[in-house]
Design a protein around this ligand. Sequence first.
Ligand SMILES: Nc1ncnc2c1ncn2[C@@H]1O[C@H](COP(=O)(O)OP(=O)(O)OP(=O)(O)O)[C@@H](O)[C@H]1O
Length: 346
Amino acid sequence: MSGLAIHQLNKAYGPVNALSNISLSVANGQFVCLLGPSGCGKSTLLRIIAGLEATTSGKVLLDGKDITEVPAHLRDFGMVFQSLALFPHLTVGENIAYPLRIRGASKEVQDREVQRLLDLVHLPGVADRAITQLSGGQRQRIAIARALALKPKLFLLDEPMSALDAKLREAMQVEVKRLQQELGITTFLVTHDQREAMTTADLVVVMSGGVIQQIAPPVEIYRSPANAFVADFIGVANLIEGDAKVGGRVVVPGGQVLIDGVAAGGKVNFSARPEDLTLQSAAGDSTVAGTVAFIRHLGSSLEVNVAVPGLAKDLIVVMSPREHLPFDLGDTVHVHVPGSACVVLR
Ligand SMILES: Nc1ncnc2c1ncn2[C@@H]1O[C@H](COP(=O)(O)OP(=O)(O)OP(=O)(O)O)[C@@H](O)[C@H]1O
């Protein structure tokens, strides 16, 4: 198969299992985000792909060839880390040309490639500047240009945008995605920022505790989370537990929710996104009663917390800011939870 495949990979640091039984397969040209909370093992996985870290067991294959034991400098992958690791005593051009120079490229080839790469990252004409004369975002682009100088087969990024302010970070996310699409280069980006993953990825690998929780395109991760961890980690989720009765009736604190296909008997856990819920003044077929606990006007949306006795967390309902809200703090409301919006969790 062409692309990168990982088979049953494990990594232990002494007693710590940083990665457990990781398997995934990525076709060439895809943008993959390794996403998860701090300590979930995403950097360790990226470093193993890069060849900077040995595995405890398992295999890494590139285009069907076992590269598990191939050292990093022979893998020819382009890498950008949070620190960027630019050489402060070299000019921008010298930084970008560095990997070409140590491989013996002529001055002419180096100069031509520096121009091409600076054009690619939209920074023409800065080759002679000192690194210290660039802004954070510009340095980012230079680190990316340098990583792409050897036309690598894999482009590996470990939280390179996390030090930037929110606006610049969003601009760079779009930029990196654009560049990746233009070059068609297989890319792995480590991030703990779910927005970043949603913006850039073709495929999101959600990790927790050294284990892959779900691998899917962003929309699927959001709409069909595999379990409660994914539902809660990606976006805002209302997580509800109830008792399943006949006819798909799930009795929950404050009411009931009708979910097609739920078998009667036992507990059922499900999640529903805030934008799929609505508020009404009377109880209905699939509603939960509570009181308005908090109202937030967020500019582009209106968010209402509804406290439901028996539920550990408020239900959150998000609506358009243009909608009139006929309720006030403390009012009794009925939250309509459509069964079609509920994802039953394992
Ligand atoms: N060199 C090491 N020696 C011992 N333990 C390590 C080492 N590197 C990582 N770990 C441990 O392995 C686990 C995974 O670490 P890793 O850096 O991969 O997580 P991460 O998801 O990238 O976290 P962060 O977002 O905080 O960087 C953690 O428990 C960490 O403490």
